[in-house]
Every structure is written in C-alpha cells, then in structure tokens.
Write a protein that binds this ligand. Sequence first.
Ligand SMILES: C[S@@+](CC[C@H](N)C(=O)[O-])C[C@H]1O[C@@H](n2cnc3c(N)ncnc32)[C@H](O)[C@@H]1O
Length: 272
Amino acid sequence: MFTIDDIGKMDYNQLIGVVRETNRPPGGVRSIAQIAQNGFLTKDSHVLEIGTSTGITAVELAKLVGCRITAIDINEESLVEARRRAEEAGVSHLITFERKDATDTGYPSGQFDMVFCGNVTSLIPDRDKALTEYTRVLKPGGFIGAIPMYYIDVPSDQLIADVSAAIQVDITPLYRDFWIDFFVGGERHEYWLQDSRFDNIPTDEVDRFVDDILRRPHLAELPADARELLEKRYREYMQLFRVNLSQMGFTTLLLRKEPADVEPELFTATVL
Ligand SMILES: C[S@@+](CC[C@H](N)C(=O)[O-])C[C@H]1O[C@@H](n2cnc3c(N)ncnc32)[C@H](O)[C@@H]1O
C-alpha cells in the first residue's frame, strides 16, 4: 500500500504503474499493427520489446500475431502491471517480462526477428549504446521498429523544463531529421516509414479521462491523503502532456538489418 510520501516521490513513469494507465507507443494499436504487418511478423517470430512499460505492445503483438515476445523495462512497478495484463489477456505463455537495461541486455547476438523500441530510445541517456545493442541482438534481415516522437513546432523553454521534470529526463528539443539520421546508417537500412502529427485534445477531454482513470477500484484502497495527492499530480502531468503533444509528431519507422556495404536506394519515390 502506497503512502502520501511514496506518491510524492514518484515520477510520471512510476505513477502510471500505480494508476495502471495503458502507456501506449505513439499512434497506439494502429502503429503496433503497422509494424507487425510491414515487418512480416508471424507466430514463429521472436520479438524483443524495449521499455515495455505496462506491456500494451507485448500483449497486443501476442494477441495479433501469436509470436513470442521478450519484453524489458528498468521499472519494476510497470512490469508488475504488465505481467498482470498479460495474464488477464490469456497471453502470458507467449511473453517473458524481464527487468533489464536496453543498453546492456545480455542476450546473445543475432537472436531476435524484430526489436521494437517505440519511443523509448529518446529517454535513454546513452542512446548510441542502446541502438548498437538493438542491432547486435537482431538476426541478419531482421527489423527494428521505432516510433520516435519529435517537435514539429518549436517549444518554449518553460515547456521543456516542465516535461523534463515530469519524466525525470533532461530533454533537448529534437526534430524529425535528427531521428531519421540517428536510426538509419551502418547495418540499419530504411525499409518503411509513415509520418503523423498528434491531434490537439481539448482540456476537458483530458480532465474526463483522468476522472475515469482515478475511479478505478484498486485506487480506493489508498489512504485518503495519498489518493488526493495522486489525483493532483496525475492530472497536472496529463494536462502538461496535452500541451506538449499538441506541438509534436512521430514517425513510424522500420529498419532492416543488412550488411553496411549494400548501397542505399537513390531513386526513391513518394506515394501520391
Ligand atoms: C514512454 S514509456 C514506453 C511506452 C511504449 N512502450 C513505447 O513503445 O513507446 C518508456 C519506458 O521506457 C523505460 N525505460 C527507460 N529507460 C530504459 C532503459 N535504459 N532500458 C529499458 N527501459 C527503459 C521506462 O521505464 C518506461 O517504462
């Protein structure tokens, strides 16, 4: 049982474990389906999911494809909720949830058909090391599925400071070109991508969402003062993310692992 002091010390990533929020990758189940289809996942595939949080991607892939998934995160509270959801969805036999760091997984090289990293890599301080690790554990011909989020509009310094404090990561505003340059190169060849922009969600819609989440029965067991602080902090975070996301977009990106000396496609085309 969490006390008011526990709740006061938690950052957003820990609070969502407490409220059991479904922490989706950008684009939600639509992005997961696009990555599964365009990355040719079958029930024989083995996927490594990085930063699974409360497990939605792992559970959705297991339900959609019936493949095996190893899902890692550094946050044990989220993994507890992820395991509960996999049980509830009847897919726990397909998923192994493990507490591991993306920069040093310890898995053998060339083991996975796909590494799905959603928007997680931007939160990892040594992101070059993380990307090297994704590439190492991937089979030749395997795919990295990434969904980097970035600013489309230039954010204010205050917004950056507030979001950095909320997620306990020092954010530097980054834009689309940065992420494409980061992911594509060496053995990682661009295979498929799609760009999206987040919708501008009204404030009262966010408030209604928070009200619904906070009515969840398991939260009634919290002491009244802890519950009150949880409600205040969670609502503030969600309203902050509302403002932040309205200035952002993301790219759903598939990279294929092929030898570095295969030259990139020169005469590319755009669907009209
Ligand atoms: C925004 S959530 C992920 C949401 C969603 N799964 C996605 O695909 O975008 C980021 C998660 O990454 C985890 N994370 C951050 N750094 C990590 C690291 N070095 N290794 C593994 N997980 C990490 C956090 O604990 C958090 O649960």
